[in-house]
Design a protein around this ligand. Structure first.
Ligand code: NOJ
Length: 575
């Protein structure tokens, strides 16, 4: 049964506000509601807090907001475990607040993209509760299986397959009530939906239509390329901690194109929505299929290859290694070429699952933080695709700097710590990995001003505020014309103004250079040259790159012809 929808058909919520392909010239701003702004002093961000900051987004010039889940949820994974898809969690507000957010964005010319988490629900969702009864109408809505043959249910090794959960331990949990195991690729409280069942698919499409009627302008689809499992479910080559990218049993499974096309026909078609599918482990070939307009599946995908370049291959995200710039350039260029003329790229450095880019691949020392944040932004935003800005990235916010396990809140880290320390791992090494790569780096509160609670809350924040908010904050950044904020604002404006930024063909220069990231974008007789020194030392320019075209945007007021200062970048229009 579809829930009543009094919020539907309010003024301004119609197709007329969504021109064809609007998302191809758009810049999207991601909000993680828990950490954005708290309006009621409970220490947790909420929708009214977001509404109070909409002018910040309008000043930045972004076109759309992607809102991480604010639906009803037990909050096992901060809202990525949903128990009611058609309501807002009281922690974050109400449906009326959400309607007001949609109206507030629309009246400022911005759009709202909802997070769609349908690979799994919460175990507290009524669908799952019903499914625990073998004789119920929903008995087959999740992945249920008996213990491995010859094993006593609930004993080690009895799980139906050897798959690992992305959050440590096996991907199966034994349910006493049903007397069977259920599959959960993420936490035990996130059981996977069975997309083979047409009733499950219809229920998801009904729910999506309900949100479109309510005025939302698109969906970011959580781990969408895991919804089709290879049948029968069998042992894979999964190693703990590598569940996603290493198990062919459920990444880009056999019915993916069919499911996405069906969703497209039933919900998306003719609506001009922004759709972006989060696709861990996706290859460029597969992504070009998912995003080929002729196949009518998705607008774009989030791929992960560049995010894995600072980990030791095959050893999972906690096995750190330094980034080698030529690897990054080669990878991004591969995606630019791979989707050229067919699909569409999404461009991102940061999101709620990644450490902060200025600390990760920039230099967050006081000397270089501002220029490295600007230069990283430049090399990303001048590529072809739709750029995503994660809250606080536009301020050059840095990693959290946590040094003890008590400071962390993330289920991924807490589960990993429990498992790894029990197996005898070195706690200091674990803490170092979490400090560098942990998801909580992105989840400390947005730093609005220099006051005690950073303008985020009047209460006790759910996770520590970075002490550097006294220097790094929105109030200071907006007031300073040379700030990271104004650099992002200008990059966004350039995308809106210049067709070549939206449509130009990308060509990488100097692929092996270890400091320089250089490329051109060309469209008919227009061409741009991007030059970026991605290091904290000076960089000599190769002779053929000493160009004197019109400087559209740069990081430094004083410029030498033959070299770039540390973290200097320039966007030049070639004549
Ligand atoms: C990907 C989301 O981005 C992440 O935050 C979440 O933990 C998993 N999917 C599970 O929903």
């Amino acid at each position: 049964m579809t829930a009543p929808n009094p919020g539907a058909n309010r003024p301004g919520n119609n197709l007329e506000n969504r021109p064809d392909d609007w998302w191809k010239s758009a810049v999207v701003y991601q909000i993680y509601p828990r950490s954005f702004c708290d309006s009621n002093g409970d220490g947790i961000g909420d929708i009214r807090g977001i509404i109070s900051r909409l002018d910040h987004l309008a000043a930045l010039g972004v076109d759309a907001v992607w809102l991480s889940p604010a639906y009803t949820s037990p909050q096992d994974d901060n809202g990525y475990d949903i128990s009611d898809y058609q309501d807002i969690d009281p922690l974050f507000g109400s449906l009326a607040d959400l309607d007001e957010l949609v109206d507030g964005l629309h009246s400022r010319g911005m759009k709202l993209v909802m997070d769609l988490v349908v690979n799994h629900t919460s175990d507290e969702h009524p669908w799952f509760q019903e499914s625990r009864d073998r004789s119920s109408a929903k008995a087959d809505w999740y992945w249920w299986a008996d213990a491995r043959e010859g094993f006593e249910p609930g004993t080690p090794g009895a799980e139906p397959t050897n798959w690992a959960s992305a959050f440590s331990g096996p991907a199966w949990h034994y349910d006493e009530q049903r007397g069977q195991y259920y599959l959960h690729l993420f936490s035990r409280k996130q059981p996977d939906l069975n997309w083979e069942n047409p009733e499950v698919r219809q229920a998801v499409y009904d729910m999506m239509r309900w949100w479109v009627d309510r005025g939302v302008d698109g969906f970011r689809m959580d781990v969408i390329n895991l919804i089709s499992k290879q049948l029968p479910l069998e042992d894979g080559t999964t190693v703990p901690g590598q569940a996603l990218s290493f198990n062919g049993s459920y990444v880009d499974g056999p019915r993916m194109d069919e499911f996405l096309h069906e969703m497209n026909q039933q919900v998306l078609s003719g609506q001009n929505l922004l759709t972006v599918g989060e696709c861990p482990g996706v290859s460029v070939e597969q992504a070009s299929k998912y995003t080929d307009p002729e196949r009518e599946e998705l607008g774009m995908v989030f791929q992960f290859e560049h995010m894995g370049l600072d980990e030791q291959q095959g050893r999972g995200k906690w096995a750190l290694k330094p980034l080698h710039l030529p690897d990054l350039k080669a990878n991004l260029a591969k995606w630019q070429h791979g989707l050229e003329g067919r699909g569409w790229n999404s461009l991102y450095w940061d999101n709620h699952d990644q450490p902060r880019i200025v600390s990760r691949w920039g230099d967050d020392s006081p000397e270089h933080r501002v220029n490295s944040a600007k230069t990283l932004a430049t090399v990303l935003h001048l590529q072809k695709g739709t750029p995503y800005v994660y809250q606080g990235e536009e301020l050059g916010m840095t990693n959290a700097g946590f040094t003890s396990i008590e400071q962390y809140r993330d289920i991924e880290i807490l589960n990993h710590w429990a498992e790894a320390t029990a197996l005898g791992a070195d706690p200091a090494e674990l803490l170092e990995s979490y400090r560098v790569k942990g998801r909580d780096n992105a989840r400390t509160p947005v730093q609005w001003d220099a006051s005690d609670k950073a303008g985020f809350t009047t209460g006790e924040p759910w996770i520590e505020i970075n002490p550097n908010h006294t220097q790094i904050n929105a109030e200071a950044a907006v007031a300073d014309p040379d700030s990271v904020f104004h650099h992002y604002r200008q990059l966004i404006a350039l995308r809106h103004e210049l067709e070549v930024v939206r449509d130009g063909v990308f060509a990488l220069l100097e692929p092996d250079h270890e400091q320089l990231f250089a490329y051109t974008r060309s469209l008919e007789d227009e061409a741009l040259l991007v030059l970026a020194n991605m290091s904290s030392t000076e960089c000599q320019l190769p002779t053929d790159l000493r160009q004197d075209g019109e400087l559209l945007l740069g990081t430094h007021a004083e410029r030498a012809d033959d070299r770039l200062a540390p973290w200097e970048s320039r966007i030049i229009r070639l004549s």
